[in-house]
Design a binder for this molecule. Structure first.
Ligand code: HEC
Length: 168
């Protein structure tokens, strides 16, 4: 009788709580000692972190393999090279704007730095040719990728099935 109760409690715990794989992925996302794979330095999730880089909740519909491709991609879509009157050049993401100012997130440092910039200082925006998504060169193992994708799928879809390395 007792073992049945414990068994039920364990099953309920797994269904409601965060599975072990997603927990490992969460630790990597927020606390990886390697800056290139500390996703939370740039991406916010679960109301935590600074929303500098794209909102990863958008990826909820993708397959684990699709998410892996996006993580390892060396092609960028949003990163720009602002052309400033000062002549300074750095890869950036555009942040909050008002009529007169725009926040440029300087991606040349990790974590990125917010540069409050007068729009009159910006002559234009060029395409990014230098910045590459850090995880693409962070030597993440397939196991690390499976863990972090399991975390993303748990947070965005409540998916508790986890991600097998064979799916990647
Ligand atoms: C130094 C900042 C930084 C770190 C660290 C970082 N990212 Fe990113 N990430 C970005 C930026 C910037 C983009 C947008 C690139 C572009 O397409 O212009 C991006 C894009 C992505 C995309 C594609 C999103 C989309 O909508 O197309 C995924 C998925 C992603 N990151 C996941 C991760 C994961 C998972 C990690 C950790 C293993 C991570 N990122 C670490 C800055 C970062």
């Amino acid at each position: 009788m007792r073992s049945v109760t414990i068994g039920l409690l364990l099953t309920a715990g797994v269904a409601l709580g965060q599975p072990a794989q997603a927990k490992r992925g969460m630790a990597l996302f927020w606390e990886s000692p390697d800056a290139g794979s500390r996703c939370g330095a740039c991406h916010s999730l679960e109301g935590r972190g600074q929303a500098i880089a794209p909102d990863l909740r958008r990826l909820a519909g993708l397959s684990p393999r699709g998410i892996k491709t996006a993580i390892l991609s060396t092609v960028t879509e949003y990163v720009v090279t602002p052309k400033l009157k000062s002549g300074k050049a750095f890869p950036a993401l555009k942040g909050e704007e008002t009529d007169k100012t725009i926040v440029l997130w300087d991606l040349s440092t990790t974590p990125p730095q917010a540069k409050q910039t007068d729009k009159s200082e910006v002559l234009g925006y060029g395409t990014n040719t230098t910045w590459k998504h850090p995880p693409s060169s962070a030597n993440l193992t397939t196991k690390h990728l499976a863990d972090v994708i399991a975390y993303l799928r748990f947070v965005t879809k409540g998916d508790t099935r986890g991600v097998s390395e064979d799916d990647l």
